[in-house]
Design a protein around this ligand. Structure first.
Ligand code: CU
Length: 345
């Protein structure tokens, strides 16, 4: 009897020692074990791809050192057809370049500020454990470069943004993006991945008023955006820029919300999210119609496309979609499937 009790106590102790969080997606990393992970192999220089594209999946590789280059820029671009705006960006796109690493990776992040910038900029990555998410360490004057190192301890999909003063202005002008920290062993394989980030813009002129538009501080404070958009432009992901998939494929959207003010109710008309990584973390919700994405937050949504057609992406706070620009399209091609969907008359 004594021996049984001893072995039971031993088993309990072992269980305690191995305590770890096992998430729905099979991630088995604790912050402590991530901290102890050694990096190995060749240093990777992260590829710069423009949204809605993302770097290839990490898969099963070991933790390594990754060098990320970002450049803060201030440049004019199109906010809507015939409407221009002086955007502040990371790597000349809104949102900025998608950063893709795995838990345990050591990142050497270079933030350059373009020589023709007027303002200092920096970066706060929500994936970082450390003061300001790196903001103080990267405050950089025009023409200069700052470098800081961090180790990714927590898997998930995280927002990064500029946090230079005045913070709301830097975010309102488009300085945000996403960083994905994949769990050990990677994310489940899917056929397509796309990067979508919502943000609001506050202009002096009304929605669609032509010409170069200035930032409107009062509208910003009052949370009355002139534009709510995906990927930096009204109706950006429509027409030639629509996303694509084929019947039978699985699709994953990395969806972020830069804000600066609004919470997004992300929805795809005619589809149901089979899986949502709630708030970009480990928890998975299934069979979701609309997912809430807070300002400064993100979510991963996955679904299989069963029927050809045009599927419309919206913020289901619906005036934002049809009047202010938070609308996009996923074009699905392939064989019709009358068992799933057909018009009778
Ligand atoms: Cu900035």
């Amino acid at each position: 009897m004594k021996r049984i009790i001893t072995s039971f106590a031993l088993a309990l102790l072992t269980l305690q020692a191995c305590k770890q969080t096992t998430s729905d997606n099979g991630a088995k990393t604790t912050e402590n074990s991530a901290m102890d992970m050694k990096v190995s192999g060749e240093t990777e220089v992260q590829k710069k791809l423009d949204p809605p594209l993302v770097p290839a999946a990490i898969g099963n590789r070991a933790a390594k050192k990754v060098v990320v280059h970002l450049e803060a820029t201030e440049e004019e671009g199109e906010l809507a057809d015939g409407v221009t705006y002086k955007f502040w960006t990371f790597n000349s796109t809104v949102p900025g370049t998608f950063i893709r690493i795995r838990v345990g990776d050591e990142v050497e992040l270079h933030l350059k500020n373009a020589s023709n910038s007027v303002m200092p900029h920096n970066i706060d990555l929500h994936a970082v454990n450390g003061p300001g998410g790196g903001a103080e360490a990267t405050n950089v004057a025009p023409g200069k470069e700052a470098i800081f190192n961090f180790k990714a301890l927590n898997p998930g999909l995280y927002v990064y943004h500029c946090a230079a003063a005045p913070v709301p202005l830097h975010i309102a002008n488009g300085m945000y993006g996403l960083i994905l920290v994949e769990p050990e062993g990677g994310l489940p394989k899917v056929d397509r991945e796309y990067y979508i980030m919502q943000g609001e813009f506050y202009t002096k002129g009304k929605t669609d008023e032509k010409g170069l538009q200035e930032f409107d501080q009062d509208k910003g404070v009052d949370e009355r955006p002139t534009y709510v958009v995906f990927n930096g432009k009204k109706n950006k992901l429509m027409g030639a820029d629509a996303l694509e998939a084929k019947v039978g494929e699985t699709v994953r959207f990395f969806v972020g919300n830069g804000g600066p003010n609004l919470v997004s109710s992300f929805h795809v008309i005619g589809e149901i999210f089979d899986r949502v990584y709630v708030e970009g973390g480990d928890m998975i919700n299934k069979n979701v119609q609309t997912t809430v994405i807070p300002a400064g937050g993100a979510a991963m949504v996955e679904f299989k496309v069963e029927e050809p057609g045009n599927y419309i992406l919206v913020d289901h706070s619906i005036f934002r979609a049809f009047n202010k620009g938070a609308i996009g399209m996923l074009k699905v091609t392939g064989e019709k499937n009358p068992k799933i969907f057909h018009k009778v008359q």
